[in-house]
Design a protein around this ligand. Structure first.
Ligand code: ADP
Ligand code: MG
Length: 272
C-alpha cells in the first residue's frame, strides 16, 4: 500500500459513466493487419455489445480501448480512442489514467486465488496508487461486492481466499475488483463464456444494473445475451484474408430485428 502524500485518495462514490469514441482504429501484430479503420461511438451509460466470429479482432479492439494491447510487443496501432473527447493515445497521456478509468474483465475469472475476497476487491487501489484508510476500504468492499451482486453470498466470509469461490462468484469478484478503482468504463471480454447458465444470468443482471454508473463494452458470442444486455451492437467480421472491421452497428433492436447487411442477418440468425 502506497502512503505517499501525493497519492490520490479513494473517491467516496461511484464515478459517472464516460463516453468512448474509436476513430479509424487500425491494428497490426507485426506485419499482420488485424483491424481496418474501425470507428465506433460507445455512448456514456450504455451497454455496447461487440459480436462476430472468432478471429475478427474483437478482443484486440477491446484491449486497444484501454491500452492493454501495449503489453503485446509486436502490436501497433493507428487511429484515435477518445475518452470523453480526449485521445488516450495523445502524447503525454499517461497509461495509468487510461487503465484507471477504463477497467477490464476477462473471459476466464482471474481473482488472486490465495488472496482473501476482501483483499481481492481492494487490490486495484494499490495497483493504481490510490490510498484509502480501513473504514474507506470496508465501505468500498461492501459497496463494490453489492454492485457486483455478490455481497449477500460472501459477507460472512470475506477473509476466505478468492480461489475458494465458484466460477460465477469469482467472475463477480473480478467485477467488484474492477469497480473498486471507480472506472467510468468497463470492458468485458466474453465474461460469461466460462460460466454455467445460472452464473451467467447473475452476471447479466449485474451488467444491466451497472449501466447507469459505468459505460459497458462487452464482447459476447451469445446472441441472446447481446440482445438482453446491450442497447447498441457492433458486428465485426474479417472476410477471407482481410483485416477485421465493423460491417454494421446500431441499436441492438435494429441489428437483431432489421439488419441492413445480409452478413449481419446471417450471423445473428446463426447461419455462420
Ligand atoms: P477475436 O477476439 O474476435 O476472436 P482477436 O482480437 O483475438 O479476435 O484476434 C484477431 C487477430 O489477431 C487474429 O488473427 C489473431 O490470430 C491475431 N492475434 C490476436 N492476438 C495476437 C497476438 N498476441 N499476437 C499475434 N497475433 C494475435
Ligand atoms: Mg476474443
Amino acid at each position: 500500500m502506497t502512503t505517499a502524500t501525493t497519492a490520490p485518495a479513494a473517491p467516496a462514490s461511484p464515478a459517472s459513466p464516460a463516453s468512448l469514441d474509436a476513430r479509424a482504429v487500425s491494428a497490426w501484430f507485426g506485419t499482420h493487419k488485424v483491424l481496418e479503420r474501425v470507428t465506433l461511438n460507445m455512448p456514456a451509460g450504455q451497454v455496447t455489445a461487440l459480436i462476430g466470429p472468432s478471429g475478427c479482432g474483437k478482443s484486440t479492439f477491446l484491449r486497444i480501448l484501454n491500452r492493454m494491447h501495449e503489453l503485446i510487443p509486436a502490436a501497433q496501432l493507428a487511429g484515435e480512442v477518445l475518452f470523453e473527447g480526449e485521445d488516450i493515445y495523445a502524447p503525454g497521456r499517461r497509461l495509468t489514467d487510461a487503465r484507471r478509468h477504463i477497467g477490464m474483465v476477462f473471459q476466464k475469472p482471474n481473482p488472486f486465488p490465495a488472496m482473501s475476497i476482501y483483499d481481492n476487491v481492494v487490490a486495484g487501489l494499490r495497483l493504481t496508487g490510490v490510498r484509502a484508510n480501513r473504514q474507506t476500504k470496508d465501505d468500498l468492499v461492501q459497496e463494490c461486492l453489492s454492485r457486483a451482486g455478490l455481497w449477500k453470498e460472501v459477507r460472512d466470509r470475506l477473509r476466505q481466499p478468492g480461489g475458494a469461490l465458484s466460477g460465477g462468484q469469482q467472475q463477480r469478484l473480478c467485477i467488484a475488483r474492477a469497480l473498486a478503482v471507480r472506472p467510468r468504463v468497463l470492458l468485458m471480454d466474453e465474461p460469461c463464456s466460462a460460466l454455467d447458465p445460472t452464473s451467467t444470468r447473475r452476471v447479466e443482471e449485474t451488467i444491466q444494473e451497472l449501466a447507469s454508473e459505468v459505460t459497458v463494452v462487452i464482447v459476447t458470442h451469445n446472441m441472446q445475451q447481446a440482445a438482453r444486455v446491450s442497447q447498441q451492437c457492433a458486428f465485426f467480421l474479417a472476410e477471407q484474408g482481410t483485416p477485421g472491421g465493423i460491417v454494421e452497428h446500431g441499436p441492438t433492436t435494429d441489428i437483431f430485428g432489421a439488419p441492413k447487411d445480409d452478413r449481419t442477418a446471417d450471423y445473428v440468425a446463426g447461419r455462420f
